[in-house]
Design a protein around this ligand. Sequence first.
Ligand code: ZN
Ligand code: ZN
Length: 362
Amino acid sequence: MPERRDRLDRAIAALDGIDALLVTNLVNVRYLTGYTGTNGIVVLSRERAVFVTDFRYADGVEHLRTLLDVVILERDIAGMTVEALGEYAPGCTRVGFEGALPYALADRLRGLAPAGVELVLADDVIERLRRVKSATEIAATRHAADILEVVYTDIANGTLVGRTEADVAWQIERTIREAGFPALSFESIVAAGANGARPHCEPGPTVIARGDLVTVDIGARGESGYCSDCTRTFAAGGAPAPEAAADYQLVLDAQLAGLGSVRPGALGGACDATAREVIAAGGCGELFGHGLGHGTGLDIHEAPTLRKGSEDVLAPGMIVTVEPGIYRPGQWGIRIEDQVVVTESGHEILTGFTKDLVETAG
Ligand code: ZN
Ligand code: ZN
C-alpha cells in the first residue's frame, strides 16, 4: 500500500494544466490501485482521490478504502462519474480524460459534465509515471523473465525437427503456466524457416525441418501483471546454412552494440541507430524493418520506445527490450531479444539465456 500511496501522490503532482484527471485506462487503474476487474475509474485531484466501480466488485475493493475513497455505482460508471464530478473532484473546472477513451464516449461524457466543468484531453499522464519502475516492479519482471530461461533450456536440450511450430508453442505455454504464471505476456511466436521472415508470424502447422532457423519470441505475465519478453533463434537439428550463420552473427553483433548504448541519458533513437548501423554496415540494412525495442511493464509494449527518431530519454529503473533482427523473405528470420533494466551506470540484463547460436540435437 505505501507504494500505491506514493503512486497516487506522484500522479496528483503530475497534473499539469488540469485540475483533475479521469483515469479510465484499466492498466492505469491497476497501476494506481491494484484493481484487476473490468469496470473501474479513478478520479484524481488535489482535493480527493476516488475509485469508482460497480456493485459486482463491491466486496473485492473494500481494502482500497485505506488508500482512497471508494464509490460503488450500479450501472454506467463513466457517465455517472462525470455527472458527479462536482462531488468527486470538488472545485475542479478543467478535468482531463485519457486518450484511450473512445471518441464517441468522450463526446457523450462532455455532454454529461456539470455546468462549468470542461473535459479536456490529457494523454499519457499515468503512462509517463509508469516508465520508471520501482524495486518491486523490477523484482516482478525479473521473476517473469527467469522462467524463460527454463523454457529455452528445455528447447535447447529437446527436439525441434519433425515437430510443428504449434506443438512447440504449446510446450512453452505449458511450462510457463505450470510454473504458476497466470498468463503469457503475448501469444508465443515460434517461426521456422521462411516463416521466421515474418516477424509476427503465428505458430501453425508448419513442420520444423533439419537446418531450419527457428525464432522463439516468448513472455510470461506474473501474478502482479508484469511482463517478460525475450527472443532466441535456434538452429534445428544441426548447423544452418553458412549464409544464415553469418546473418546470425550480424544480428548478435548489432544486439550487443545496441545493448552497449543502453544507459541513463541515452535517447531511444540513438540506441536504435547504434544497432541499425551494425546491420547496415553488414549490407542488411533493408532487412531490419522494425524498431530496436520497447518498454515493458503491465503492458508488453509501453514507453519508452527505442526506434528511429525516438526522443525518449532513458533513466534508471526503466525496463526496455533490445531486439534487432534480419528477415530474408522466403528464406529465414533471425531475432535476438533481451529485456534489460536501466541502472545508474548502464543496464542489467534480465534474460540470461545464452546468445550463442544453439544447434539442437534433433
Ligand atoms: Zn519479444
Ligand atoms: Zn519485444
